[in-house]
Design a protein around this ligand. Structure first.
Ligand code: 5GP
Ligand code: ZN
Length: 117
């Protein structure tokens, strides 16, 4: 159920420029901006311009956007000086997803425990 925008969606409002964000990169299909509440020295969210709730839905409905998003994560990390990074997609409320517009968390710059807590 991909739609161009969801009028109640926070991240669609960032895509539209209605809510400010510290944007670090833009591509045809994606936008990357700093997380408001960073959990690591580098914490950027990479999102598709189109609305989809999660990465699996995006892959099914707009595969070119999903591929661009995945490739963009490493470009963002490298541009910030990080060769290694953690990519997280919290998927579903019980997994900690709070914003239901797919976003990849790109985290780097500190040691990251595995398995996560
Ligand atoms: P989730 O818990 O859904 O995986 O992640 C949502 C993320 O969005 C959180 O890390 C939160 O800090 C971030 N966030 C929520 N609202 C805003 C906002 O208005 N601007 C930015 N830049 N980040 C936000
Ligand atoms: Zn949205």
């Amino acid at each position: 159920q991909v739609s161009l925008t969801d009028e109640d969606c926070l991240f669609c409002k960032i895509v539209a420029g209605d809510i400010p964000a510290e944007i670090v990169s833009e591509t045809e299909h994606t936008l990357a901006f700093r997380d408001l509440n960073p959990q690591a020295p580098l914490h950027v969210l990479v999102i598709p311009r189109v609305h989809a709730a999660d990465i699996a839905s995006l892959a099914e409905t707009a595969p070119e956007a999903a591929v661009d998003l995945l490739a963009e994560t490493r470009r963002v990390a490298r541009a910030e000086g990080h060769e290694s990074y953690r990519l997280v997609f919290n998927t579903g409320a019980d997994a900690g997803q709070t914003v239901f517009h797919v976003h990849g968390h790109v985290l780097a710059g500190r040691s990251l425990a595995w398995p996560p807590g």
